[in-house]
Design a protein around this ligand. Structure first.
Ligand code: KPL
Length: 321
C-alpha cells in the first residue's frame, strides 16, 4: 500500500516515522526543498521519551510533487497540514495523487475543510482522524512524541452507509498500518461527533492559552480563567446541540483532563501566535460563531475571542475560512 503524508509538522512527522519504522511504504511531503533534502539525507529523529531514534524516511517537497505530474500514486493520502494550507492548488495535487481510487485521511483541528476537499475528491473517499497523540516538532528533521493517545478514524460523511466496500477495505488497511506503527486506533462511524467534541475542547484551551501566553496546565485556575473557560464551552455546546450533535455529558471534565494531561504543552494556537503565524481560530471558534449566526444562537464571548486572536496575529490577521 502506498501512503503519502502531506504536511511535515509534528503529527505528520510522528506518523511518518512510526509507519516507516513498521516497514510501510510512506512518502512525506514537506513545505520546503531544504527540509526534504535534510530528511532524505539524514533521516528523521524521533524522540520517544529519552530515546532518540533515527528513522530512515523518504521525503519530497510540495513543489517537486506539484511538478512531477503523477496520478493515482497513493492508496492513502494523509493530510496533516493545518486548515489554512488546504487551498485549491494543494487540493489539485491531492486529487491527482489520489487518482480515482485513493482515499484521503484528514487530521485537522476544527471544521470546514471537508466541504473544500469534496470539491476535489469524491465524498465517500474522505475520512477523518481525531487523535489525542501528543507530538512536538523540535526542528525540520526532529519530532518528540510527547504523549501516547488514541486515534479514531472513520468516514467524514455523517451516514455510515457512505462507507463503500472499497472504503471499508481501505479503512481496514490504514487502521492496520497505523496499529503496526504502534498507535492505538479505533474505527468509528461517529466522526462528526468526535470532531465536534474535540473542537469544543480546542475552542476553550487554544485561544485562552494563546491570549494569556500560558501552558495548558496553567489555564484552569480559579477566578476569571475558569469563568472564561466555562463561558466559551457553554456557547460551543449550545451551537453543537443546535446542530443536532450529541455532546458528551462529561465534556467539561474532558477539557480539564486535557489541560492536566498536556500540562506542559504550549497549545498549537499559542505556538502559532508566538511564531507570528496566522492561527486556526477561523475553523475552531470561528466555526462556532458562523454556525451560531445561522442558528440564531448568541455567542458573544466566542465572537470577542475570535477578534482578539485575529488582532494578535500577523497584521491583525483577517483571514477567513
Ligand atoms: O489539540 C491541542 C492543540 O494544542 O491544538 C490541545 C489538545 C489543546 C493540546 O495542546
Amino acid at each position: 500500500m502506498n501512503i503519502i503524508c502531506i504536511g511535515a509538522g509534528a503529527i505528520g512527522m510522528l506518523v511518518t516515522a512510526r509507519l516507516a519504522l513498521a516497514g510501510a511504504n510512506v512518502l512525506l511531503v514537506t513545505h520546503s526543498e531544504e527540509q526534504a533534502l535534510l530528511l532524505n539525507s539524514g533521516g528523521l529523529n524521533l524522540l520517544e521519551g529519552p530515546t532518540d531514534n533515527p528513522v530512515s524516511v523518504k521525503a519530497i517537497s510540495y513543489g517537486q510533487l506539484a511538478a512531477n505530474g503523477g496520478t493515482g500514486q497513493a492508496d492513502w493520502v494523509l493530510l496533516t497540514v493545518k486548515q489554512k494550507h488546504i487551498t485549491p492548488p494543494l487540493l489539485d495535487i491531492v486529487s491527482r495523487i489520489a487518482g480515482d481510487e485513493g482515499h484521503v485521511l484528514c487530521f485537522q483541528n476544527g471544521i470546514g475543510h471537508v466541504e473544500r476537499i469534496s470539491r476535489h475528491v469524491s465524498a465517500e473517499r474522505i475520512f477523518l482522524a481525531v487523535t489525542t497523540e501528543g507530538a512536538r516538532k523540535l526542528g525540520p528533521n526532529k519530532v518528540a512524541h510527547t504523549g501516547a493517545g488514541t486515534t479514531w478514524i472513520g468516514p467524514a460523511a455523517p451516514k455510515p452507509k457512505f462507507l463503500t466496500e472499497m472504503g471499508q477495505n481501505r479503512q481496514n488497511l490504514i487502521v492496520h498500518s497505523l496499529r503496526q506503527g504502534g498507535f492505538q486506533v479505533l474505527p468509528s462511524n461517529q466522526m462528526n461527533e468526535l470532531v465536534w467534541n474535540k473542537l469544543l475542547i480546542n475552542s476553550v484551551i487554544n485561544p485562552l492559552t494563546a491570549l494569556l501566553r500560558i501552558r495548558n496546565g496553567e489555564l484552569p485556575a480559579a477566578g476569571e480563567r475558569i469563568e472564561l473557560m466555562r463561558l466559551l464551552l457553554n456557547e460551543g455546546i449550545s451551537v453543537a446541540k443546535g446542530l443536532g450533535i450529541r455532546v458528551r455529558d462529561d465534556v467539561w471534565e474532558q477539557v480539564l483532563d486535557v489541560c492536566r494531561n498536556t500540562a506542559n504543552n504550549h497549545s498549537s494556537m499559542l505556538q502559532d501566535v508566538q511564531a507570528g503565524r496566522s492561527t486556526e481560530i477561523e475553523w475552531i471558534n470561528g466555526a462556532i460563531v458562523k454556525q451560531g449566526y445561522l442558528l440564531h444562537i448568541q455567542v458573544p464571548v466566542s465572537e470577542t475571542i475570535c477578534r482578539l486572536i485575529k488582532a494578535a496575529g500577523p497584521s491583525g490577521d483577517n483571514h477567513t475560512a
